[in-house]
Ligand binder design. Sequence first.
Ligand SMILES: Cc1cc2nc3c(=O)[nH]c(=O)nc-3n(C[C@H](O)[C@H](O)[C@H](O)COP(=O)(O)OP(=O)(O)OC[C@H]3O[C@@H](n4cnc5c(N)ncnc54)[C@H](O)[C@@H]3O)c2cc1C
Length: 227
Amino acid sequence: MKLKLLTTKKEAGDATSFVFEPDTPIEWRAGEYLHYTLPHDAPDDRGTERWFTISSAPLERKIMLTTRFFGDEASSFKKRLFAMKPGDTIEADGLEGDFVIGTSGRDYLFIAGGIGITPYRSMLLDLDGQGKEIKARLLYGNKDEDIVFKDELEEIAARHPDFRIEYFIGSQKIDGEAIQTAAEELSSPIYYVSGPEPMVEAFEEIFKDLGIPEENIRRDYFPGYAI
Ligand SMILES: Cc1cc2nc3c(=O)[nH]c(=O)nc-3n(C[C@H](O)[C@H](O)[C@H](O)COP(=O)(O)OP(=O)(O)OC[C@H]3O[C@@H](n4cnc5c(N)ncnc54)[C@H](O)[C@@H]3O)c2cc1C
């Protein structure tokens, strides 16, 4: 499938969203991801392929990916991606992912580390757009106050009194106590954790200590980012 770049949108900090029109109709579930191939001259050892969560909700119809850019330190893939102009195309395939919400209307405890917020934007817009009640807590850790999707997420929270967001900035850590406190306000929540691989792994011990059963945990690992 070819995706044509329609527009880019600067998000907070070093993050940008890329909005694409697919050349064939595609249906996805909020939280799924795509595999992208972007051939370019002199690729570095990370190569020409990446995976990105679809940060748009299905009801938005357009495919959006949201990622960070580190200027001169960026990979050759990111440099090529960020050089794309409206009308340029990128190849995408392999729609996949089990980091999704079911249809059963459960309570959710979402944990996001930085750009790991992307699947939650899709999920929350999806639930909100379908007029469903959202009973959830979002524990959102970020390196600084430049919080990606802050306004959009807070607009959703304003419409859903049982959906609340708690930010953890800089050295503030999302620890077992924070998770337990948030979970106490929910009824048998499903725990979702999404972010850089080392961060997601760091929650294993916490979940174990809290005695959260494996079947109630969903994980989304983003390789390629330091914690
Ligand atoms: C299923 C799945 C879904 C994913 N979804 C997303 C998504 O929605 N959004 C997304 O961005 N990624 C997502 N990823 C990760 C993505 O595929 C890339 O691995 C990631 O964006 C890193 O890109 P890069 O390798 O091109 O490195 P770059 O982002 O270009 O970074 C290059 C290197 O510089 C380091 N670096 C440089 N400066 C800094 C800095 N200031 N702070 C931190 N690190 C720095 C990085 O850690 C990295 O080692 C997903 C991965 C998977 C498997």
